[in-house]
Ligand binder design. Structure first.
Ligand code: 8X3
Length: 254
């Protein structure tokens, strides 16, 4: 069995939010982290910060929707301990009747096909390691819907189905599949991206909510799940703030 300390961990969407926090915590837990995202300057800065702190970290600019680029990236890894499929996000909060099909297409490409490309490309290396782990960071939107959320929920349901099906298909191989489904997480970019940079709309998402989850909360959950002994597979972990009882039931202080 490969020890956690020597495991290489590839994290997608590592430039901000849950991805960056996860990379930090995995590095602190002894993984050699490989940060990937489209924004090279961000991941290079984070890799430099982690390296200066005595950890092992490298940055690789990558768009997970670009299959040729993903395949090229994968050639660098004869073996791999951990893949965290975190890249993705929401675009728009429009009803089905008027939602922009282009938003739906982009959400499907990043959240589902991006995860598919990375997982397909890295699976041989994960298997070759003799003790691999695939994490899919889905969402509570992958397990239920809400008004205005159909495009994002459809994509995250897709990511959930990918994780669940892969677990069935590769049972008996030395690779486990873990899905972490976060609810309301307040990060610098999730809501801003969803509302195309509209800060007022983005702020409304968290208005009156005492303590939405932080990226660090979710990163701790992921790090805990992947550092269980190899025979322990955390299939699915749903994590919400205490103030959020369901996708549509949120306590807001007035
Ligand atoms: C984030 C949760 O409620 O914005 O994935 O869909 S929600």
């Amino acid at each position: 069995m490969t020890s956690t300390a020597s495991r290489i961990a590839v994290v997608t969407g590592a430039s901000s939010g849950i991805g960056a926090a996860t990379a930090r915590q995995l590095a602190a837990a002894g993984h050699r982290v490989v940060l990937t995202a489209r924004r090279k300057d961000r991941i290079e800065a984070l890799a430099a910060e982690l390296t200066a702190a005595g950890h092992s970290a490298t940055a690789y600019a990558l768009d997970v929707t670009d299959r040729a680029a993903v395949d090229e990236f994968a050639t660098a890894f004869p073996t791999l301990g951990l893949l965290v499929n975190n890249a993705g996000g929401a675009l728009g909060l429009d009803p089905v009747a008027t939602g922009d099909p282009e938003d739906w297409r982009r959400m499907y490409e990043t959240n589902v096909l991006g995860t598919l490309h990375m997982t397909q490309a890295m699976l041989p290396a994960l298997t070759a390691s003799g003790d691999g782990t695939v994490v899919v960071v889905s969402s509570t939107a992958g397990h239920g819907t809400y008004e205005g959320g159909a495009g994002y929920a459809a994509a995250k349901h897709g990511a959930h189905v990918l994780a669940e099906t892969l677990r069935l298909e590769i049972v008996g191989t030395p690779v486990r599949v873990i899905e972490v489904a976060p609810g309301m997480v307040k990060t610098d970019e999730f809501a801003l991206t969803r509302f195309a940079g509209d800060e007022t709309k983005a702020a409304k998402v968290y208005e009156g909510v005492a303590e939405p989850l932080t990226a660090e909360d979710v990163a701790e959950t992921i790090t805990w799940a992947v550092t269980r002994p190899s025979h322990v597979n955390i299939d699915l972990l749903v994590v919400r703030p205490r103030a959020q009882a369901s996708n549509t039931k949120v306590h807001r202080e007035r």
